[in-house]
Write a protein that binds this ligand. Structure first.
Ligand SMILES: Cc1cc2nc3c(=O)[nH]c(=O)nc-3n(C[C@H](O)[C@H](O)[C@H](O)COP(=O)(O)OP(=O)(O)OC[C@H]3O[C@@H](n4cnc5c(N)ncnc54)[C@H](O)[C@@H]3O)c2cc1C
Length: 371
């Protein structure tokens, strides 16, 4: 009987596997394919990422440093508004290599990480959970017993569905692809041309340039993507696509099962980024969950919300600006453009009194906001 069986070895699963193994628990982590593949992510993250990987991995993962963003209400030919910081806001990293690195950290900490194991059933009993997996290239299935199961199986989580936990509020459809242009520039381009979200261009240094967008379901993302790349006059390759959950469900735990990462909707509503939030929640889980104490899941449920829910709520607020009428967006961007003092994962840094005071001339802000 394992203490924890983890379903899915993306950033959230690998991080929890590592931290739980470091706590001395017996950990089995099952990944349906090869860790890190297929890619469906920009790997655009705040510099906090370096707290989660060994220093020795930095050179392998790092692709480019970003100091800000050019915002457009139209395509690349329209006027842009530059938001910047005098220090690095974020880094662009190799996401496949990130997942491999995190899985290696979990293995080194003592977790049993097995690839090519697709979990097909999760059966929660009163005193343990049975997890059944099919193994690539083998007939039949294997069943594992654990005191608890972590569902870290991404936005379309089978664990979440199997145990009838509620779905995230929304799932966007994200797409991206690359060109081989070498581009060391230090700003991303953001086009507020997609209903309720945006399209982007990310310079990745020697690794090329990425073009992408995310949109609500039903929107024709492929057609929008073609419009974006033809406006830039580029041909892309290595097309990737994935779901982005926005808005965590009200509950992410049962008696012996808990969700982490995208499975739990632990993402930033205004960017869709979930790497850092998922790993932060994994650390909360490792800190609070004890496999022999089902009541500790309640503590995890409270703790991760206490850590992330204000940021997620304020992130929703920022996202609302993407749906404002274009003339208002233009006026707002023109008024706010310039140096900003925000942390990419913390919308609260944008809404802080000190930052609002700096950002907006005092006379333009309702008195009670800046007092
Ligand atoms: C187009 C796009 C761009 C993005 N860009 C960024 C970005 O720049 N920055 C950022 O922070 N986030 C970004 N994200 C979001 C980010 O990719 C996710 O938030 C992050 O991957 C979530 O990590 P996770 O470990 O929860 O899930 P995942 O990374 O999805 O990992 C889940 C793992 O579970 C495995 N799995 C699934 N089902 C099973 C099963 N039945 N059995 C065994 N294993 C299973 C999968 O193979 C996968 O390896 C982007 C997403 C998309 C779609």
């Amino acid at each position: 009987m394992y203490d924890f069986t983890i379903v899915g070895v993306g950033p959230a699963g690998a991080r929890f596997a590592r931290r739980a193994a470091e706590e001395g628990y017996d950990v089995l982590a099952l990944e349906k394919g090869t860790v890190g593949e297929p890619l469906a992510c920009s790997g655009h993250v705040s510099t906090d990422i370096w707290e989660f990987v060994p220093d020795s991995a930095r050179e392998r993962l790092f692709q480019n440093r970003i100091y800000g963003a050019n915002f457009y209400t139209g395509g690349p030919d329209a006027n842009s508004h530059r938001f910047y910081k005098n220090e690095e806001v974020s880094n662009v990293i190799d996401r496949v290599e990130l997942d491999r690195t995190l899985a290696d950290c979990a293995r080194r900490a003592g977790a049993d990480v097995r690839e090519e194991h697709t979990v097909t059933a999760v059966d929660e009993q009163s005193d343990h959970v049975e997890v059944t997996a099919s193994v690539a290239g083998e007939d039949g299935t294997e069943t594992f017993e654990a005191k608890m199961v972590a569902g870290c199986d991404g936005p379309v989580s089978r664990v979440r569905q199997t145990v009838d936990l509620p779905e995230p509020d929304e799932k966007l459809h994200g797409v991206l692809a690359f060109t081989d242009e070498v581009d060391h520039s230090d700003h991303v381009d953001v086009h507020l041309t997609v209903p309720g979200f945006f399209a982007w261009r990310i310079p990745r240094g020697k690794a090329g340039v990425e073009y992408g967008l995310a949109a609500p379901p039903g929107d024709d993302v492929t057609e929008r993507f073609e419009q974006l790349t033809s406006a830039y006059g580029v041909e892309t390759d290595r097309f990737c696509s994935g779901a982005i959950p926005i808005g965590p469900p009200d509950r992410v735990t049962t008696d012996r099962i808990f969700l982490l990462g995208d499975a739990a909707g632990q993402t930033k509503p205004f960017t869709g980024g979930g790497i850092l939030y998922g790993m932060t929640a994994a650390d909360c889980a490792a800190r609070h969950i004890q496999p022999h104490r089902p009541d500790s899941l309640e503590i995890y449920e409270d703790a991760w919300r206490e850590t992330l829910s204000t940021e997620i709520r304020l992130g929703h607020l920022i996202r609302r600006a993407y749906s404002l009428p274009e003339p208002i967006q233009r006026v707002g961007l023109a008024a706010l453009a310039g140096e900003i003092g925000v942390h990419m994962d913390k919308p609260s840094s944008f809404f802080s009194k000190a930052h609002l005071k700096k950002l907006i001339p005092r006379s333009a802000v309702p008195h009670k906001l800046v007092k």
